[in-house]
Design a protein around this ligand. Structure first.
Ligand SMILES: [Zn+2]
Length: 331
């Protein structure tokens, strides 16, 4: 989630030639696979119908968002794809335990972080049944945004407390399992913990009865090209086990000009050019409705630049559209 009131930082403000580029043909193919427009002022919601971007996958961050996401999905069924879930930043709101900050919490996983292990008796996830009902009410809904304690931002800005890692892991695992059970795609928040995330999935893969969501979108992916390859290798490994395992998850990697910024770092360039062309997605991750179109154009242009293969942005738009339809299981 980022503040789009800041100026566009990316390639959109580059050369005069690019400024005059006709982007109108892109919009029918632009699919924002991850945004947070429920956080915009409600009086701006009506602007959704004016957006030129064709589709939005609208994330929830916390249970209070669910009714608003449902409202927007019902009001704009051809435009808005709903996603329901609990973001790790808000996992403390759905549990009670927190842990006081101590030193560099990015240095290594806390005890039980990736395993969900804790010595304390587990607390009931009071909200998971509500989430189930919400997903069942919207058969096309995605599970998102979910993740586990994966960056420094996962702390209460007022108290300086980080949210309990084990509780976040329980919230993540419950939502992952629900997505698998209901056959829903998941949108994953992961920052500076990609290696640990892959390790966790490899642990899951060792359990023969583990159930997988049909697709896993690594939203605003900031991992390395190597980690992307590890996820795709896991997918191939699971596919070789089929038909015993159904479904095999497909991994997708999403680019956001708001998150990746400018022309992108060397790391971003590396993964954008490394992932297969059928696994790249575009997104905004912003909350201001009025900024969605500009950020989507920016993301598309940025993807074309970072791709490095000379594929025009118009073609990137069409490819990422098809990818989004596949990733989010659009009919
Ligand atoms: Zn987000």
């Amino acid at each position: 989630m980022v503040d789009s009131s800041l100026p566009l930082s990316s390639s959109a403000a580059s050369s005069p030639g690019e400024e005059s580029e006709d982007t109108s043909a892109w919009f029918p193919y632009l699919y924002d696979t991850h945004c947070h427009i429920v956080d915009d002022a409600p009086e701006h919601y009506a602007r959704v119908s004016e957006l030129r971007t064709s589709r939005l996958c609208l994330m929830s961050a916390k249970p209070e968002d669910w009714s608003l996401v449902a409202l927007l999905a019902r009001a704009h069924p051809s435009k808005v794809r709903p996603a329901f879930g609990v973001h790790p930043w808000y996992a403390d709101q759905v549990h009670t335990a927190t842990t006081t900050v101590s030193g560099d919490d990015d240095a290594k996983p806390a005890a039980g972080e990736m395993t969900g292990g804790t010595d304390e008796p587990p607390q009931p996830l009071w909200w998971i049944q509500t989430l189930r009902m919400q997903l069942q009410a919207f058969p096309d809904a995605v599970v998102g945004e979910i993740g586990n304690r994966l960056d420094r931002a996962a702390k209460d800005p007022k108290t300086g407390q980080i949210y309990d890692a084990a509780q976040q892991m329980r919230a993540f695992t419950a939502q992952w399992s629900l997505a698998a059970e209901l056959g829903r795609p998941v949108s994953i928040h992961c920052v500076r913990r990609h290696g640990a995330f892959v390790d966790h999935l490899l642990e899951c893969a060792r359990m023969p009865d583990h159930r997988w969501p049909p697709s896993v979108v690594m939203h605003a992916y900031t991992g390395s090209a190597d980690t992307a390859h590890r996820l795709l290798a896991l997918e191939r490994t699971l596919a070789r086990r089929s038909p015993a395992l159904q479904p095999v998850p497909r991994f997708y990697f999403s680019l956001s000009s708001a998150i990746h910024g400018g022309r992108g770092s060397a790391r971003t360039t590396a993964w954008v050019s490394a992932v297969p062309e059928d696994r790249l997605l575009l997104e905004t991750d912003i909350h201001r409705v009025q900024d969605i179109d500009a950020y989507m154009v920016d993301a598309c242009r940025m993807a074309a630049q970072l791709n490095g293969s000379g594929v025009p942005a118009a073609v990137i738009a069409q490819r990422t559209w098809q990818n989004a339809l596949a990733a989010l299981a659009e009919p």
